[in-house]
Design a protein around this ligand. Structure first.
Ligand code: PLP
Length: 401
């Protein structure tokens, strides 16, 4: 028996903790890049659950793998190995060029694992004073206390202090990083493209400069690839665009294609930093999550989704550029890498209201950095679907007063 949409929305208002700003509709099902709400309205999904549904909704390979695994073995705990997890470990280590992987359940947990890895590494190697992290203004690394300390946005941090030792410096400013590296600094934590901060790619040479600086000063480099990883930017890791290898990498979002899973990957010199008992989680790398992630990795290869993300991203960026030229008073910038793209609105535009108008016209996008529309569609998106999305933005922005 289905429940009508207004009744469901009333449940949300009455029972849910009111800390999300959810749109007033209830999503019911999806197929590829399309989703439908419980009233039957269809939307083109340019959010992919914030860069999560890499294969789109209900991809047959993903559904088959998850269903099959659910009927076989869903969870066993980390007291035992499980088959899909061992296959996944091999695949994800090979895909990233790292040495070892530790699984968890979300992005913020992957960051926590990286922070604990770094802390314990220096503790056990005669430099316990190295506890400070350098992170960047407008960075987003998650909301647990460690990840929140590294997040560089007041809206997320306010009211939760005191937070761990982190120094924030402007993104892209190598001199500021150099000046901030004091004797207590353990690591630099960086997103190769700042996602929540507004879809801002690192400036040319910045990541290579960070790598060189970290090497000179004995500081570790951690890449937060939670939003950018698993093919989103056209490479498996966005760091590959600049040829830089971090000491540790955090993955989540796209890895499970909609099933919660995160991962901390590290190079050999960090492989023993977290001995048994020092870190872990009940659900991390369970068979069901691992089967989902394996289906994602298989399908990335089979459907050439990295190449497609690169080409589709260029196409989308070109189309967004066209819109910007058409509406110079309303749209002021486009930027991004692969299928993580942003269209920044003038500060005279109420971006939140614009997102609502786009939704009414059947297009789902999110806001990043306060003033930008973020496009992070499934990697399987077609040019026709991108063109349809752009046509909706054209119509709605053209109608703004
Ligand atoms: N790091 C980055 C770059 C993110 O984009 C996010 C989520 O948006 C996180 C960390 C936190 O991930 P999660 O929401 O899975 O905890």
């Amino acid at each position: 028996m289905s429940t009508d949409e207004n009744t469901l929305l009333a449940f949300g208002e009455r029972y849910l903790y009111q800390n999300y700003r959810q749109a007033p509709m209830v999503l019911s099902h999806g197929k590829g890049v399309e989703v439908w709400d419980t009233s039957g309205k269809r939307y083109l999904d340019m959010t992919a659950g914030v860069a999560v549904n890499a294969l789109g909704h209900a991809h047959p390979a993903w559904v088959g793998a998850v269903s099959d695994q659910a009927g076989r073995l869903a969870h066993v705990s980390n007291y035992f190995f499980n088959e899909p997890n061992l296959h996944l470990a091999k695949r994800v280590v090979e895909a990233t060029g790292m040495t070892r992987v530790l699984f968890c359940n979300s992005g913020t947990e992957a960051i926590e694992a990286c922070l604990k890895l770094v802390r314990r590494h220096f503790h056990d190697n005669g430099a316990p004073e190295r506890t400070r992290i350098i992170a960047f203004d407008k960075a987003f690394h998650g909301r647990t206390m460690g990840a929140l300390a590294a997040t560089g946005q007041a809206t997320y941090r306010d009211g939760f202090g005191p937070l761990g030792p982190v120094t924030h410096v402007p993104f892209g400013d190598l001199d500021a990083v150099r000046a901030a590296i004091s004797g207590d600094v353990a690591a630099v934590l960086v997103e190769p493209v700042q996602g929540e901060g507004g879809v801002v790619p690192a400036p040319a040479g910045f990541l290579a400069g960070l790598r060189a600086l970290c090497d000179q000063r004995g500081v570790l480099l951690i890449a937060d690839e939670i939003q950018t990883g698993v093919g989103r930017t056209g490479r498996f890791l966005a760091m590959e665009h600049s040829g830089v290898k971090a000491d540790a990498v955090a993955l989540a979002k796209g890895l499970g294609g909609g099933f919660p899973i995160g991962a901390m990957l590290c190079q050999a010199h960090l492989a023993n930093a977290l001995p048994p008992g020092s870190h872990g989680t009940t659900f991390g790398g369970n068979p069901l999550a691992s089967a989902a992630a394996l289906a994602v990795l298989d399908t990335l290869d089979k459907e050439h989704l990295l190449q497609r993300a690169q080409a589709s991203g260029e196409h989308l960026n070109g189309r967004l550029m066209g819109l910007m030229k058409k509406y110079p008073q309303k749209l002021v910038a486009t930027r991004g890498l692969g299928l993580l793209q942003a269209l920044e609105t003038a500060n005279t535009v109420d971006t939140r209201a614009l997102v609502g108008l786009l939704r009414e016209e059947g297009l789902l996008v999110t806001i990043a950095g306060g003033q930008a529309l973020r496009f992070s569609p499934p990697l399987v998106v077609t040019r026709e679907q991108l063109d349809e999305a752009v046509a909706i933005v054209d119509k709605v922005v053209g109608g703004l007063s």
